[in-house]
Design a protein around this ligand. Sequence first.
Ligand code: SOE
Length: 389
Amino acid sequence: MPHSTSAPPLGVGMVGYAFMGAAHSQGWRTVARAFDLPLTPVLAAVCGRDPAAVSQAADRLGWAAAETDWRALIARDDVSLVDICTPGDSHADIAIAALEAGKHVLCEKPLANTVAEAEAMAQAARAAAERGQLAMVGFNYRRVPALALARRLIAEGRVGTLRHVRVSYLQDWGEDPALPLVWRLRKDKAGSGALGDLGAHIVDLAQYLSGELLTGVSAQTETFVKERALPGGKAGQTGEVTVDDAAVFTGRLASGALTSFEVSRLAAGRKNQLRIELNGAAGSVAFDLERLNELEFHDHTLPASEGGFRRILATEADHPYLEGWWPPGHGLGYEHTFTHQARDLVLAIASGTQPEPTFDDGLQVQRVLAAIEESAQKNAVFTPVPAPE
Ligand code: SOE
């Protein structure tokens, strides 16, 4: 760092500019300075419905132009890649239209609000790939260096035959009694609650790190706060919360390994805590997002007297993504995952190779989420997850 940005441009157009839009913008702004890329992302235009607000967002986040209609954004000649950072109810329409218009697509997670939408998106992505347009889902935690290192160790066999995956992803913003009925609390906008928002991340991580798919789940969900103030409504006017606040579920991986998951928006004191541990016959890895530069590793092939978890600081030059950053020990943060995500997508586009996670990966996560909801409705009965075709 820094690198020259003389490589040919790759025009990016982004739809949505709230929290995720700001995070993605940070990734697009920094990626060509941190990494040596064959294409230089150019922040061509950002899109939102409110003309004044989207112009301000363009200014604040570094986009050259603003649009108020996503179809106009897709049609722009200076946009080759469409980045979708909107609530889930518009993912399918925007992604399919962009792919059919010959654009590459990055879509925030969860891929869609329903399996049917995700299937249509995955089908559009497969057809687009034949024409050279590529699509990727924004499961950004795959790009935490310590987690990418965990994947590398597992793929090298250092964890061995898998026994357990234990994951939780906890937040507490739902505990605020004054929180109005925002879009994340409405099924029509978000598809599901903590399940789709946080559960999608950890289902993806469990499948990615283990290299295996979940074959079935048993789940319970709960909506603790059932009514919330209507945004912009009169005092005392409330509306129904139509999504889950929390979910707990167990599952089986294809190898027979057992998994347990917990997600919540009402885990008081837990702001954005994602913990994952995998135990295998040859060792274990453990990670906590609140200490995201660190991976714990226990090598079970050592004599017991030398065993035990040790802390690997994932900041060495040969650790994943670290070639772009600082000398060892000068840690990274949440925002770097979006820079890494942009890097991986740009490299895939430049080389014409399929980036991961694919829309098919996003579809498979969606199938797991649907099986969880079905199981929860049937009082936690074990529910198979359909395998990919
Ligand atoms: C929810 O609060 C949220 O913003 C998720 O939507 C993001 O995917 C996660 O990274 C942080 O939390």
